[in-house]
Design a protein around this ligand. Structure first.
Ligand code: NAP
Length: 510
């Protein structure tokens, strides 16, 4: 469903990019703070971000919705402990409607270029629907929004249907077809059991075996839902309990991987329960430390792999032909449909190529040599008044990203209100402060399971550097983001020549 679209104004105070959890949250928090002159642009036709884009069969969140939702918008109507994608998308639409901010969303509006102009201290943004000038740019474009297609010889010559898991083609009927799926990550392990009963044959191409924990999913009882609705403290207690249970993973991830041994045992028991065949068991047994790659959860993945119409293929893919996949051992497996579940561009965000800072260089240019690096994963030297939500080293492997998003939004809104109160036109983190922040993160990263666990993952960039994950407790991040630390920034007063300068910005101190 395409939603009504706000017209594109010539200028706004704050331009928000993206209408997922981050962008919608930004809109709500800006409105609450009285920062009313803002617009949200979204390339898609409605609210939801990744939860609108990923509609593959079986799509659900692997963090319980009591926690994977806004703290300020609890939903007593979640049907299951782990909500399916349509419920999460509907939740976001509902929150948007109730927030009263929907008239500030411009859908089907894609950012194509953004440039900071020092002369007027504004972002000059070009979109697919025209141009906007903004004082501040808040990017909520998402860390997992651009699908990564594998570079496989001949894939473009395949004559059957081919699509990425995040761009599911619902017009393709899989019933009775020979289907191949490449990848065994979080998306694939949900798709495989969902489509296995319908297809004639399913070939699952695994490069690295994941750890898969049991999924303690269940439907909420009527009583629970009544309590959530009428005794909100009960729902709050669920949320708090889930938060702390999830946070227990952190020591095993960041201090000592041996602490994650119980999770490993649980995953191997789940494997042994789901698969009886010793040969298949051996193929799906991971050979690296648990937690090094994202830990997955499913009760149905292993049984689906063990089904008669499924083959797990571990020989590397050599090429794709017009109607088959050929592996390095020379075996050719004919197929009708090819599903590519190979993940997203995470460390080289395409939006980074479009955002150009004070010197004309893009974020991509600045990050080319040493990888993504910002201050608090939010602000970047050379890019005044740019605030990224889910920026460098703010990702998680164990709990709700909404917690991190809300921490960042509080910081950003505090930054903007501080600027207004002090009459500051532009802020950017001091280079030394930003460097110290990133040096500390990379120092901490050395001992994490993501560095020592013996795997490669989408957490690491081309240089093997982890620029995606937060290597500390999430409550520490919350604390560090609890106030805008103006003393870590260069603050610029409005320039006298600024066309858009208002009297409010005069008298700022650098
Ligand atoms: P992913 O975790 O990056 O998995 C991609 C899979 O494709 C991996 O098995 C990878 O193998 C394989 N692969 C990549 N390139 C390949 C190639 N050229 N040839 C063969 N195999 C290849 O991607 P995803 O499953 O879409 O998940 C991405 C992230 O999205 C998750 O980590 C999670 O954060 C989020 N997500 C969450 C949920 C949820 O909450 N339930 C669901 C889906 C996604 P290697 O392991 O060897 O690299």
């Amino acid at each position: 469903m395409t939603q009504r679209t706000a017209p594109l104004p010539a200028a706004v105070d704050h331009l928000v990019i993206g209408a997922g959890f981050a962008g919608l949250g930004a809109a709500i928090k800006l409105a609450e703070a009285g920062e009313d002159d803002f617009l949200v642009i979204e390339k898609d036709g409605g609210i939801g971000g990744t939860w609108r884009a990923n509609t593959y069969p079986g799509a659900a969140c692997d963090v319980p919705s009591q926690l994977y939702s806004y703290s300020f918008a609890p939903n007593p109507d979640w049907s299951m402990s782990f909500s399916p994608q349509p419920e999460i998308e509907a939740y976001l639409r509902d929150v948007a409607e109730k927030s009263g901010t929907l008239d500030r969303f411009s859908f089907d509006t894609e950012l194509t270029d953004a440039r900071w102009d020092e002369s007027d201290q504004r972002w000059h943004v070009t979109t697919s629907r025209g141009e906007v000038v903004a004082k501040a740019l808040i990017s909520g474009s998402g860390g997992l929004s651009v699908p990564k297609m594998p570079e496989i010889d001949g894939i473009e010559t395949f004559q059957g249907e081919v699509f990425h898991s995040a761009r599911w083609d619902h017009d393709v009927d899989l019933a009775g077809k020979r289907v191949a799926i490449i990848g065994t990550g979080a998306s694939s392990i949900q798709i495989v059991p969902a489509i296995q009963p319908d297809v004639a044959q399913l070939d699952v191409y695994q490069r690295t075996a994941p750890y898969v924990l049991p999924r303690n999913d269940r439907r909420y009882t009527r009583l629970e839902r009544l309590l959530f609705k009428h005794v909100p403290v009960v729902q709050k207690a669920y949320r708090t309990g889930i938060y702390w249970a999830r946070e227990l993973y952190v020591p095993g991830f960041v201090w000592n991987p041996a602490l994650a041994t119980p999770a490993k045992k649980l995953a191997l028991a789940n494997l042994a329960k789901g698969i009886q065949d010793p040969e298949l068991r051996a193929k799906v047994t991971p050979t690296y430390q648990v937690g090094c790659k994202r830990i997955l959860i499913s009760n149905t993945y292993y049984p689906a792999l063990a089904a008669d119409n499924v083959d797990l293929v571990t020989d590397p893919i050599a090429k794709v032909t017009g109607n088959a996949i050929v592996t390095a051992d020379g075996v050719e497996r004919p197929i009708d449909v090819l599903i590519v579940a190979t993940g997203f561009q995470t460390t080289e965000q395409p939006i980074a190529e479009l955002i150009h800072g004070r010197d004309g260089a893009s974020l991509s240019d600045v990050w080319a040599e040493h990888g993504m690096a910002s201050y608090k994963g939010t602000a970047t030297r050379g890019f005044p008044n740019l605030f990224q939500v889910v920026g460098a080293n703010t990702g998680l492997g164990h709990t709700s990203m909404v917690f991190m998003i809300e921490s960042q939004l509080a910081y950003i809104v505090d930054a903007l209100t501080t600027m207004r109160q002090r009459g500051v036109a532009a802020v950017e983190p001091q280079q030394a402060v930003q460097d110290e922040w990133n040096d500390d993160i990379q120092r901490r990263m050395k001992r994490t399971v993501w560095s020592t666990g013996g795997c490669s993952s989408w957490y690491l960039d081309a240089h093997g550097k982890n620029t995606t994950l937060w290597p500390r407790a999430t409550f520490t991040f919350r604390k560090l983001m609890s106030r805008f630390d103006a003393e870590s920034y260069d603050l610029a007063p409005a320039k006298a020549t600024s066309q858009h300068a208002t009297t409010q910005t005069e008298g700022a101190s650098a």
